[in-house]
Design a protein around this ligand. Structure first.
Ligand code: M6R
Length: 613
């Protein structure tokens, strides 16, 4: 995981590096550091354990600046989150930053020790600094060639950026299985882990591919194939995300801002893909014909975490709207199974970041077995879309909060569109049903807008009452079962309260034993097809003195009867209920965490994109 940034240009860059690291901190926050070549030509590093704020403090006490520099925010894999393990790592005149895991670092370390190199950290990364230094000093290679030769020796995943005090005004970066984006500026060039970190400087980006090495000077960029050393064309794309999208915009936390952005994000994801005049979904990104669809023997929807929950919602939509029943799998499990797949398999990877290691590995495995692969993804140019035949991009905009919110609802909207598209192709939806589905989907942004405008006092009240509980349950049936899972995941990841999501019908098979007067249950009980059954489950909890928060349909006069708290959502058709129900799940978690004072946007132990196994 980890976030990396590099700058080369005419300006002093310490602030630029820190500004970019603040946008990348979601990727890891165990330590942070920068290295710059100062005005005297010396390579100077500043590093600090813990969050970026500690580094900023250190820089205030011991300022340093230069016009070539690199910066890093770490999610520890090899070595404790200490200052000595913080990046940049150095050897001689070289400093490097790295995101990924160098799997053969022990072997390389042993080899370098024989050449007299001494190591000061427990990290895998430090060997790379020594290796580049070795190629520079022993073989006398120029920096770009030394980096190219060094990365040829690496096994594993890496995005690396290197500076050398002997060549100020130059950065060299390389990528294998970890993201690296080149930002092309005016008289300045940048490298970063994602596009959002560079938006305030440039929107012209090149997504560096696996097996490429790039050399940056203030006035130019040279891209080469690592294996052959051949020059490659540099073709920047213009990113449409705006700089403001990566700012908090007056909200207390990114997560809260991102919850409030959902009407816009869902609207953008639907825009241009729904035609009411033609009563159709327009998805040229999914290059599948009716015959292709009819030929598939199985469909897999594969993801991790919240994206997996979106996939689970998608299964109900695929079954209801297209008569297709996909296997919805956790990528971290599927990749190690021997699931039979072939060219009659459709594989749909769902990932906000497009970089999740397990999802990427499961995708590669499916591809190798001949499956047709498409993606649902939020980040343009990321790894997963690049390996798929087609990608339905969600237009959520940058999601900075570690807890996924707008990425989730836009994934569900994208799955809904795909289900409708498949349903039409397979002749499962008549004109009337299609028109009703499209109208319901298009209405979702304004429904969520209304829900958000109603204010957050009820959630604050729940947080005040229950923030000190140690365990909570979330119950739902049908497509609201995945929403119970999602509600529980949101709560545990940001408030650190243990929570379990359960299918309400499963309560009696075990979890009901957990119920007592101290264990609250959130019950999703709108006026849908499961209303009466869930209502019975609610009574069962109450009969055992369990406090209950029911999430019901507005105007349901009976809803609050047996509950401690009653939240309501507008009355919407069943297929869009999960989208609307997402909002109270997110706000309960947000206000519980905010009341407790946890770090909402950067909860402990987590990172936004999990690029390691
Ligand atoms: O980027 P991805 O969608 O592939 O990420 C998958 C999970 O790591 C992610 O959804 C994670 O569970 C979130 N922190 C949940 O809020």
């Amino acid at each position: 995981m980890c976030g990396i940034i590099g700058y080369v240009g005419p300006d002093l860059c310490a602030d630029t590096l820190i500004g970019a690291l603040s946008k990348l901190e979601y990727r890891g926050y165990d330590s942070a550091g920068i290295a710059v070549i100062d005005e005297g030509g010396a390579l100077v590093t500043r590093r600090a354990e813990g969050k970026l704020g500690n580094l900023v403090k250190r820089l205030r006490e011991e300022p340093v600046d230069g016009r070539t520099g690199i910066g890093h925010t770490r999610w520890a894999t090899h070595g404790a989150p200490t200052e000595s393990n913080a990046h940049p790592h150095r050897s001689g005149s070289i400093a490097v930053i790295h995101n990924g895991i160098i799997e053969n670092h022990l072997e390389l370390k042993a080899e370098l020790r024989e050449h007299g190199h001494e190591f000061t950290s427990e990290t895998d990364t430090e060997v790379f600094a020594h290796l580049v230094d070795h190629y520079r000093t022993v073989r006398g290679l120029a920096l770009p060639e030394a980096v190219r030769q060094a990365v040829i020796r690496l096994h594993g995943a890496y995005a690396v950026v290197v500076v050398d005090a002997k060549t100020p005004g130059m950065l060299v970066g390389a990528r294998m299985a970890s993201p690296l984006v080149l930002g092309v500026g005016e008289g300045a060039n940048y490298l970063a882990s994602d596009a959002a970190a560079l938006l305030s400087h440039t929107r012209d980006m090149v997504f560096i591919e696996d097996g490429q090495v790039v050399t940056l000077t203030p006035g130019g960029v040279e891209l080469r194939d690592v294996a052959s050393g051949e020059l490659l064309p540099v073709a920047p794309v213009h990113v449409t995300w705006s700089p403001a999208m990566a700012e908090k915009g007056g909200y207390k936390h990114f997560m809260l801002k991102e919850i409030h952005e959902q009407p816009r994000a869902i609207g953008d994801t639907l825009r241009g893909r729904v035609s009411l005049e033609r009563n159709a979904v327009n998805l040229p990104e999914v290059p599948l014909t009716r015959d292709d669809l009819a030929s598939f023997r199985q469909i897999y929807v594969v993801a991790c975490g919240t994206s997996w929950h979106a996939g689970l919602v998608g299964r109900y939509l695929f079954e209801d709207l297209a008569g297709l029943s996909p296997h919805v799998e956790l990528a971290s499990e599927l990749r190690y199974r021997k699931a039979p797949m072939d060219e009659r398999t459709l594989f749909i990877a769902v990932s906000q970041s497009g970089e999740t290691a397990d999802t990427l590995a499961a995708l590669r495995d499916a591809k190798a077995k001949g499956a047709r692969c498409i993606a649902i993804c939020n980040v343009l140019g990321s790894s997963i879309p690049r390996e798929c035949e087609g990608t339905v991009y969600t237009h959520a905009g940058p999601e900075i909060g570690v807890a996924s919110t707008k990425a989730f609802t836009t994934q569900v909207a994208a799955l809904h569109l795909i289900a409708l598209h498949f349903g039409r192709l397979l002749g499962r939806l008549d004109d009337g049903a299609m028109a009703a589905e499209l109208a319901a989907l298009l209405h979702v942004p304004s429904v969520i807008e209304t829900l958000l405008l109603a204010g957050e006092a009820p959630y604050e009240e729940i947080a005040r009452a229950w923030h000190d509980r140690t365990s909570m349950l979330f119950l739902g049936r049908g497509s609201l079962f995945p929403m119970a899972l999602e509600g529980a995941l949101k709560l545990k990841e940001i408030s650190y309260i243990h929570a379990e999501g359960y299918a309400a019908g499963e309560m009696k098979h075990g979890p009901i034993a957990l119920i007592d007067e101290k264990t609250p249950t959130i019950i999703l009980n709108p006026r849908d097809g499961h209303y009466a059954k869930v209502r019975s489950n609610l009574s069962e909890v109450r009969a055992r003195s369990g406090p209950v928060c029911v999430v019901a349909t507005e105007g349901d006069a009976d809803a609050g009867d047996a509950a401690t708290f009653c939240l309501t959502v507008p009355d919407v058709p069943e297929h869009v209920l999960p989208l609307v129900m997402a909002v109270p799940m997110q706000l309960i978690a947000y206000h519980m965490a905010d009341f407790k004072g946890t770090d909402v946007d950067q909860p402990r132990n987590l990172a936004k994109s999990v690029t390691v196994e």
